[in-house]
Design a protein around this ligand. Structure first.
Ligand code: HEM
Length: 411
């Protein structure tokens, strides 16, 4: 077996989790050596709590697209989640199986189609320009607070009809709420904090929905309220869960794409120079950023029948963790996978998952990141980090808390 040289020591062999665990701070900091080791040592791995973990590209894509699967177990529960909190993430579309999943996804699909998203491009370009005008004067910026956070959060608020001015209130709540997707790994204190965050989001939306019912508009929240008012298309708890869930999905992830992507450029200045000289590469660069260091490491499925992966048969009704971040660095699929290369051809990464739950916001996230990178590349010749230490944010996802840099402008 080939063990990556960056593997810290040999104690991992005695650890039934093989070092790949959300509570391991080294894993949080840099999951890729751990995932590479898991993929070569035990590519189909069963954890002490009976959950299987897949890390090879071919296995992950097969699990997502071909194997009969769902997201809920036969008894209706979602592995690792809590008993449902009304309006909490349990009833978000990502946590539902057909036919409920199909019905609700259809209701939200319209707003995220490529044509609808393209209509927002000019608005996003103007927003990026506005944000960069401010930082250009300073010659310094925090890539997270000054760009990666305000772009997606402003856009999702405008799309949903949520007042942008309220953003400061719910930014912390949405980050903390993401942890309920992996509630099984939380301490009692963290659990309480995350539940409180969801309750605050629910209280916020209860007021907003009541107000919007009186004055429906041309926004996603109004569309969902109309569907709920018709009776059989969306129940009230489902309306709440989609509202809270979309707000979280709409910006907790894209902060990570823009932030981790800009970090990759800062750490690979030759790729930044390349993007500046070849702006036509921006769409491919976004795909490489999603592959190289996407914001979501793992997504869950449950087997509907016994399924063989290599030498291992996963029994029926077992939770399966599909490690998107490991698939995206599988050397069998992506040559030289740890190299960040914005000219890489055919980047068929799995950062947005796959199958019926494939990310609804993929076009939107791509467009926002393209505009953010293009706007930065048009103005700044060099970007240098102002801090050696990497500071992670409060969310479960791979999202930086801050990333201060110095900027040198094109003359
Ligand atoms: C870079 C940004 C993003 C990434 C990496 C990302 C990633 C993902 C992933 C991995 C899934 C689960 C897919 C699966 O299990 O197969 C997902 C689902 C979802 N995402 Fe995203 N996402 C991003 C941005 C967004 C945005 C901007 C929105 C909406 C505004 C959004 C809305 C959703 C929704 C609604 C689902 C559930 C879809 C379903 O269950 O049918 N995402 N996303």
């Amino acid at each position: 077996m080939e063990v990556p040289s960056s593997a810290p020591d040999e104690t991992w062999r005695d650890d039934p989790w093989l070092g790949v665990h959300a509570a391991n701070p080294e894993f949080r900091h840099d999951p890729y050596p751990f995932l590479a080791r898991l993929r070569s040592y035990a590519p189909v791995h069963e954890t002490p709590d009976g959950v299987f973990r897949l890390t090879r590209y071919d296995d992950v894509i097969r699990m997502l697209k071909e194997v009969p699967s769902g997201v809920r177990r036969r008894d209706g529960t979602v592995w690792g989640s809590l008993p449902e909190i009304t309006g909490g993430p349990g009833q978000f579309v990502l946590r539902l199986d057909p036919p409920d999943h199909t019905r609700i996804r259809k209701l939200m699909n319209q707003a995220f189609r490529p044509r609808a998203v393209e209509r927002l491009r000019q608005r996003v370009r103007a927003l990026v320009a506005e944000l960069l005008d401010v930082v250009a004067e300073r010659g310094e910026m925090d890539l997270i607070a000054d760009l990666a956070l305000p772009v997606p959060s402003t856009v999702i608020c405008e799309m949903m009809g949520v007042p942008v001015a309220d953003r400061v209130q719910f930014t912390r709540w949405t980050a903390l709420a993401t942890h309920l997707l992996a509630a099984a790994f939380l301490s009692a204190e963290q659990l309480e904090e995350s539940i409180r965050a969801v309750q605050q989001l629910v209280a916020y939306f209860t007021e907003l929905i009541a107000e919007r019912r009186r004055r429906l508009g041309d926004d996603i929240l109004s569309d969902l309220i109309r569907a709920e008012a018709e009776g059989d298309r969306l129940s009230e708890p489902e309306l709440m869960a989609q509202s809270v869930g979309l707000l979280i999905a709409g910006f907790e992830t894209t902060i990570g794409l823009i932030g981790n992507g800009m970090r990759a450029f800062v750490e690979h200045p030759e790729q930044w120079r390349l993007l500046r000289s070849r702006p036509d590469l921006v769409a491919n660069a976004v795909e490489e950023c999603l592959r190289f260091d996407g914001p979501i490491v793992v997504t869950m499925r449950v087997t509907r029948e016994p399924t063989r992966f290599g030498d291992v048969v996963i029994p029926e009704d077992r939770p399966v963790m599909c490690f998107l971040a490991a698939a995206n660095r599988d050397p069998e699929h992506f040559p030289d996978p740890d190299r960040f290369d914005i000219t890489r051809p055919d980047i068929d990464h799995l950062a947005f998952g796959g199958g019926v739950h494939f990310c609804l916001g993929a076009h939107l996230a791509r467009m926002e990141a393209q505009e953010a990178f293009a706007g930065m590349a048009a103005r700044f010749t060099e970007i240098e980090p102002l801090c050696d230490e990497i500071v992670w944010g409060q969310s479960l996802f791979r999202v930086l808390g801050k990333y201060p840099v110095r900027l040198r402008q094109a003359v």
